[in-house]
Design a protein around this ligand. Structure first.
Ligand SMILES: NC(=O)c1ccc[n+]([C@@H]2O[C@H](COP(=O)([O-])OP(=O)(O)OC[C@H]3O[C@@H](n4cnc5c(N)ncnc54)[C@H](O)[C@@H]3O)[C@@H](O)[C@H]2O)c1
Length: 131
């Protein structure tokens, strides 16, 4: 079988699995979804809810939408570049797991303004990793 064939088979296997809420063997975790109001992050927040995890959302709302996150989910509007805010949110929400989707991801802009992308996607992420 080709690599592509194996990949498609793997995708189908995942898609056909029962919903995550049926998996009672999962540990319930306190998860911070950074970039949680964006396209990928907001789906992640919903899936975490379905799996029974406590989740918090963090975004600077430069992109994404507040309405993409259910009202009951703790919502922090701050920038990853704010190192003090990183520590504050990790402590106040007693975070055990971080899922990081906060990035700028427009190919054209990344070519015309690479420094903006480096500072946001690489340098700001270091604040998270340092904590
Ligand atoms: N969309 C896709 O199809 C796709 C596919 C593969 C990988 N990805 C990757 O997933 C990640 C998220 O993509 P997306 O499509 O959800 O983007 P998005 O723009 O919809 O969401 C990103 C969210 O992160 C926030 N954000 C960005 N920088 C931030 C910062 N410094 N501090 C706080 N919040 C910040 C934005 O405001 C936005 O709410 C990117 O790394 C992207 O490359 C996306």
């Amino acid at each position: 079988m080709t690599t592509r064939g194996r990949f498609i088979g793997w995708q189908r296997k995942i898609a056909s699995q029962p919903p995550a809420e049926g998996n009672t063997s999962l540990m319930r975790m306190n998860v911070l979804v950074v970039g949680g109001a964006g396209y990928i992050g907001s789906h992640c927040v919903r899936q975490l809810a379905a799996a029974g995890h406590r989740r918090s959302c963090w975004t600077n709302l430069v992109y994404g939408h507040r309405a993409a996150v259910a009202p009951g989910v703790p919502f922090h509007e701050a920038d990853l570049g704010d190192e003090a805010a990183v520590g504050r949110i990790l402590r106040s929400e007693k975070i055990e797991v971080v899922m990081h989707f906060a990035a700028y991801c427009y190919v054209g802009e990344s070519v015309t303004d690479p420094l903006k992308y480096y500072l946001n996607n690489v340098a700001a992420t270091l604040h998270l990793l340092k904590r």
